[in-house]
Every structure is written in structure tokens, then in C-alpha cells.
Design a protein around this ligand. Structure first.
Ligand code: NAP
Ligand code: ZN
Length: 347
């Protein structure tokens, strides 16, 4: 057992504080990773604060992990000491159900083991990436290509794959008009990835405050959703809208922007239910869908795509003691565009 420094939430209403967690001994198929950077996802905040239902405390959040392999188990063949690797939102799954066999472990029918807040196969509660080390079974580790700096790679493990998967599945590419709603951690990755795939990209943000950034990140157009004219001007425009907003939205207004036969995909996960008028869908043959992160194979494909296209996250690297401040800034939509914890400050 390895005792490592970490940062944890101890209750829904308390700030995160320094702590230690136990990591299991390295088993035959395990990889011990020295975590270098851990991204702060909005989901970490929702979990730390029990917004999606009661969390078990203490919880060490963090599922955007980038680091270096420091030990491998006797049966590990794919990784060696010194390798640059990442871990995302999952650390195990049943591997037998149809989604698992199809490389979609995120939809494991028996429930996958999340990087934090899940009961692990040894019966312990998993604890995430706001820590100096983690032990993960090799099948759930991915390789970070040389071309991507580790701090800019960390957010790809959740924000990157969460946007890459729906953009691919719904055919973002040349000749397609794609809108990204919300320019935060997920949204800015959506802009970069959709642009790299060759789509015509529009940002739909609450205001025009981040317009220069949005255009620099690869957007072709930028509109404020606080301006009612946006919804008139862009009616029926988009082949695909990916909604990253963590709060309740007027879905019918956004569906009105989808072209005939187009789709709107929700990746944002507000705590409250969203409702829509089915006529928004049926009168134009539109689809409304959801999407959860991506499978392990697809996560590796996304990392390779990012290396090939020079895509990394735009990050603000912070020491661990700034985690609580960063949470407040994320909640205030004041993130440019992902906070990443330098885990050496935990030591
Ligand atoms: P984030 O960095 O906070 O970005 C969300 C963005 O949404 C904000 O920057 C803001 O963009 C916009 N927004 C926030 N409040 C809003 C409101 N009241 N009305 C309209 N727009 C608002 O969060 P994130 O880390 O990207 O995560 C976004 C959501 O996705 C969260 O709910 C998270 O839990 C979820 N998530 C889902 C998956 C999945 O697999 N489906 C994976 C990771 C995260 P503007 O300032 O540009 O308007
Ligand atoms: Zn996440």
C-alpha cells in the first residue's frame, strides 16, 4: 500500500482540504503513475458538492490525469517505466457486456468503475487525480503522444474525449456547420476539435466577452445567446449543436437553430431535468441526443488526433491551494479554459 498526498472534499458544503489516500499495491496488470497534472472538470465540482445525488466523503476528485509511469506489474506489456500516460473518467468495467466488447466501456451495462467515487473491485472507494500517484489497471491507461505537453494533455482525458466522441459520431467535418454552446472547459475543446476536423464552427456563448478567444481557438463565428436576435438570425442553421452548458437551458430555442435532419447533443449535465416541446423535433426531423465521455480505444484515437493536429487544451496551471478559488471561478464562467493542478504542489 502506498500513502499519497491528495486534496479531498469532506462534505458537500466544505472547501477541499489536504489529505492522504491509500493506493493499492501494484498488481500483475497494474500501472503506478506519478501524476504530474490533474484538470478540474465541472463534474468534479458537481460531485464534491453532491449536486447529482449524495457523494461518499471524503472524495478526492480528478479524472483528467496526465503523468509518468513509475512502476508496472509483472504482466504489463504495453507500458514501461518513464512512459507518458493519461487516465480519464474510468478505471475499470465488466469487459463482458456488449458495450464493453464494442469499446464503449463508458456505457458498461454492469456499471463501470469511475476514477473516483466508485466501489473498486477490491471493495474500496476509488479516489481520483488530485493526488501525487494513482494505480490503474493497464487496459484503462492511455498513451500521451510526445507532441502534447502534459499540462495541456490532462484536460483531453475528459473534456477532450467528451467533445471528440459526439463530433465524430455525428459527422463533424468539411461542409458541416457545427455550433458549440458554452465556451468553458468542454466548449473550448469542442471548438478546437471541430475546427481540426474541418467543420465550420460557431460559438454560442452567453455574451461576446470571450469572442476574441473563441475566434483564436478556431471558431468561424461567435454569437451571444443573451441577444434574442441570435435565435432569429441563426434559425435552422446547424447540422450539429453540442451543448456543454452545466445549467438549465431553453432547449426549444436551441433546437430551432438545428437544420432539417440535424442533431443537438447534450453533454452538459445540469442537476435539474430539461424539457422540450416535441414539435421542435418532429417538424424538422431533428434529433436530440446525449453522450458520455468516450471509450478507451476512442480516447487513444482522440489523443493521437490531437498530436497530429497540434491540439491541446488552453490551461491555467494552479497550485493545489488554489483549488477552491478555481472552483468558484468555474462556477462564475470565469475559466480560461481549463484549470489544471500542478500536483507537485501537493508534496
Ligand atoms: P465549464 O468549464 O463550467 O463550462 C460550462 C460553460 O457553460 C460555461 O463556461 C459557460 O460558457 C456556460 N454556462 C454556464 N452557466 C450557464 C448558464 N446558466 N446559462 C448558459 N450558459 C452557461 O464546465 P465543463 O467542465 O466544460 O463542463 C460542462 C458540463 O458538462 C458540466 O455539466 C459537466 O458536469 C458536464 N460534463 C459532461 C461530460 C459527459 O461525458 N457528458 C463530461 C464532462 C463534463 P459561456 O460563458 O461561454 O456562456
Ligand atoms: Zn470531466
Amino acid at each position: 500500500m502506498l500513502t499519497v498526498n491528495a486534496y479531498a472534499a469532506t462534505a458537500a458544503t466544505e472547501p477541499l482540504t489536504p489529505t492522504t489516500v491509500e493506493r493499492r499495491d501494484v498488481g500483475p496488470r497494474d500501472v503506478l503513475i506519478e501524476i504530474k497534472y490533474a484538470g478540474i472538470c465541472h463534474s468534479d465540482i458537481s460531485n464534491a458538492r453532491s449536486e447529482w445525488g449524495p457523494s461518499t466523503y471524503p472524495v478526492v476528485p480528478g479524472h483528467e490525469i496526465a503523468g509518468i509511469v513509475t512502476e508496472v506489474g509483472s504482466e504489463v506489456t504495453g507500458y514501461a517505466v518513464g512512459d507518458r500516460v493519461g487516465v480519464g473518467c474510468m478505471v475499470n468495467s465488466c469487459r463482458e457486456c456488449e458495450p464493453c466488447r464494442n469499446g464503449q466501456e463508458q456505457y458498461c451495462l454492469k456499471g463501470n468503475t469511475l476514477t473516483y467515487g466508485s466501489i473498486d473491485r477490491d471493495g474500496t472507494l476509488t479516489q481520483g487525480g488530485y493526488a501525487t500517484h494513482i494505480v490503474v489497471t493497464d487496459d484503462f491507461v492511455v498513451r500521451i503522444p510526445e507532441g502534447i505537453a502534459l499540462d495541456e494533455a490532462a484536460p483531453l482525458l475528459c473534456a477532450g474525449i467528451t467533445m471528440y466522441a459526439p463530433l465524430r459520431r455525428w459527422g463533424a467535418g468539411p461542409g458541416k456547420k457545427v455550433a458549440i454552446v458554452g465556451l468553458g472547459g468542454l466548449g473550448h475543446m469542442g471548438v478546437k476539435l471541430a475546427h481540426a476536423m474541418g467543420a465550420e464552427v460557431t460559438v454560442l456563448s452567453q455574451s461576446l466577452k470571450k469572442m476574441d478567444d473563441g475566434l483564436r481557438l478556431g471558431a468561424d463565428h461567435y454569437h451571444a445567446t443573451s441577444d434574442p436576435a441570435t435565435f432569429e438570425q441563426l434559425a435552422g442553421t446547424f447540422d450539429l449543436i453540442v451543448n456543454t452548458v452545466s445549467a438549465k437551458l431553453d432547449l426549444d430555442a436551441y433546437l430551432g437553430l438545428v437544420a432539417v435532419g440535424g442533431a443537438m447533443v447534450n453533454v452538459g449535465a445540469p442537476a435539474e431535468p430539461l424539457s422540450l416541446n416535441v414539435f421542435s423535433l418532429i417538424m424538422r426531423g431533428r434529433s436530440y441526443a446525449g453522450s458520455l465521455i468516450g471509450g478507451i480505444r476512442e480516447t487513444q484515437e482522440m489523443l493521437d488526433f490531437c498530436a497530429e493536429h497540434g491540439v491541446g487544451a488552453e490551461v491555467e496551471v494552479i497550485p493545489a491551494e488554489k483549488i477552491n478559488e478555481a472552483y468558484e471561478r468555474v462556477l462564475a464562467s470565469d475559466v480560461r479554459y481549463r484549470f489544471v493542478i500542478d500536483t507537485s504542489t501537493l508534496a
